[in-house]
Design a protein around this ligand. Sequence first.
Ligand code: ADP
Length: 206
Amino acid sequence: MIIGLTGGIASGKSTVARAFERLGIPWVDADDVAREVVAPGEPALAEIAERFGARVLNADGSLNRRALREIVFADADERRWLESVTHPRIRERLHAHLARLQAGDVPYGLLVSPLLFESGQAEMVDRCLVIDVPEAVQIARTAARDDVDESQARAIVAAQMPRAERLARADDVIDNGGDEAALAVQVRQLNQRYRRLSSTGRSSLE
Ligand code: ADP
């Protein structure tokens, strides 16, 4: 059984993944795989360079992410084109990673992905777990962690999938508006539930 773990920026995805890991649950990070598919030598990078030219490449031939981000942020068609090039390749590689993970002796595994719903990865998992936080908390944690001020953090949050939409697609929700102790309690409870579910060979049972 694979659980897809998602949430907005600074909702606590990495923190939750580490808490599951301490309970013996492995995870695959979709962000890592997204970087792999545009590494030098990869066909996706060649296609991107062909479309946008040298302005999206660094001097060493690697992808200039900031330049590419600026292009696709300003043009929804180009963003869709980019997604059509990268998302299928990311899913393909994730399939391989998840198959390896499931070949091990583990009760279940996690796919940690900020774009679980936006990138078609939700279809690859058995259940979707959303890490939910009030927007004010999310903005404060983004500003504290990253090199952005509150208004920049607010703009990033506003550009992401709305909180209500994410929640509507969740099978399970962790409320990370509290402290780390409150978070740990929820992770332990879910871990027990997921272990029960995987031992029955079903992904839903209530
Ligand atoms: P994501 O992976 O979703 O971007 P992180 O797990 O990195 O989010 O968490 C964002 C920031 O908020 C980090 O600095 C983390 O230490 C902090 N954080 C996460 N959960 C809590 C919590 N329950 N209480 C206080 N700070 C938290």
